[in-house]
Design a binder for this molecule. Structure first.
Ligand SMILES: [Zn+2]
Length: 355
């Protein structure tokens, strides 16, 4: 019953006659039967008289009478086409296209996933590589050079008004200086290390700068949980000595310089990437560096006979302070008081009041 058939340059086009049955109550045998013209193309089935269009994806297409006829079923109607071979040809074409599309979609998804994994791996390897390179660069710089380059750092920061002179009583400072000297005597670092007391209102913090400078603020010392002995503050200083010993800030600085060079050379200094890298470097020390400094502090404190549990207690108290909705102490924001750190410093300490 084919009326006409042509293959236009744009795809398949087949015009056939068909019997149309309207389903009533879900049964095809009930209802009227009429002869209609059906257009079969790659993308749709068009019942001309009814002005109906269906996508081949949403209908059921089955051969009947041993393939002599084919039936196209929708929930509301049925088309029976007796020119079976023409429908079969069209059906193969349409199903083949659907399969190819399915495969294309699947392969696109797989490619996207693999691509994302590769990209993540590349960034991770790149970042890791950069860290390793920064480590090597930092270790390669002689301590004498580091000291010479950064010898004026503290006076410069003083002049910039980053902080004010310490307001602590002399006796407190002298006591902490004695603790510090005790710790320093056991650190194998071939350069002089200076301890500086400064005041930064609202900023309880301690810093280890390249060139052998440790700055601690009055505001952190006032949060001591072991006044007037300050064994927890000794723990903070031991931790900062760890950062100096491993040259962590120098590594971060090397990383910044390496990253700036890489960004400038590889992407022509894209502002977005530059800003991103700057932000990443604002993260201060990496978690690995913090663990290194904590392990260093624990061992150094053990050596001088101070329990690392004082530092663990300070960390816990600071965490409670920040958990109580108050201002987050800055030393915490750069040194997260995770339970893992407390456990590392003072295993099995629990909540005991006396370390
Ligand atoms: Zn630290």
């Amino acid at each position: 019953m084919a009326v006409d058939s042509l293959s236009s340059g744009r795809g398949y086009y087949q015009r056939v006659r068909a019997y149309l049955f309207r389903k009533a109550g879900g049964s095809s045998d009930v209802g009227s039967r009429q002869v209609v013209t059906v257009v079969l193309t790659d993308r749709y089935i068009h019942v001309v008289e009814e002005k109906l269009y269906f996508s081949p994806e949403v209908v059921r297409i089955v051969p009947v009478h041993g393939g002599l006829s084919w039936r196209i079923e929708t929930p509301a109607l049925e088309l029976e086409i007796t020119q079976g071979s023409l429908v079969e040809e069209w059906y193969r074409r349409v199903r083949g296209r659907q399969k190819r599309q399915g495969l294309r979609t699947a392969s696109l998804i797989v490619s996207a996933v693999v691509g994302l994994i590769l990209l993540g791996l590349l960034v991770w390897v790149g970042w890791w590589g950069l860290r390793q390179a920064a480590r090597v660069v930092a270790q390669a710089i002689p301590h004498s050079v580091e000291q010479a380059v950064f010898q004026d750092l503290i006076p410069v920061l003083d002049a910039q008004g980053e902080w004010q002179p310490s307001q602590l009583p002399d006796s407190t400072r002298q006591h902490i200086e004695r603790l510090f000297a005790q710790l320093r005597a056991h650190v194998d670092l071939p350069m002089s290390v200076g301890l500086y007391f400064r005041s930064m209102p609202g900023v309880p913090n301690a810093f280890a700068f390249p060139g052998g400078h440790i700055v601690i603020t009055d505001e952190l010392i006032r949060l001591s949980v072991d006044s007037p002995y300050y064994r927890d503050i000794a723990g903070v200083l031991a931790h900062e000595l760890g950062h100096l010993y491993y040259r962590h800030s120098l590594q971060n600085l090397s990383m910044r310089i390496l990253l700036t060079i890489l960004v400038d050379h590889s992407v022509g200094g894209s502002e977005v990437l530059r800003e991103m890298s700057e932000r990443m470097l604002l993260l201060h020390y990496s978690r690995g560096m913090e663990t290194e400094a904590d392990e260093f502090a624990r061992s150094l404190l053990d050596t001088v006979g101070i329990s690392p549990c004082y530092l663990a207690r300070l960390l816990r108290d600071l965490a409670q302070l920040s958990g109580g909705g108050g201002q987050v102490p800055v030393w915490l924001s750069t040194h997260p008081p995770e339970q893992a750190r407390i456990d590392l410093l003072c295993p099995g300490d629990g909540d005991s009041e006396t370390p």
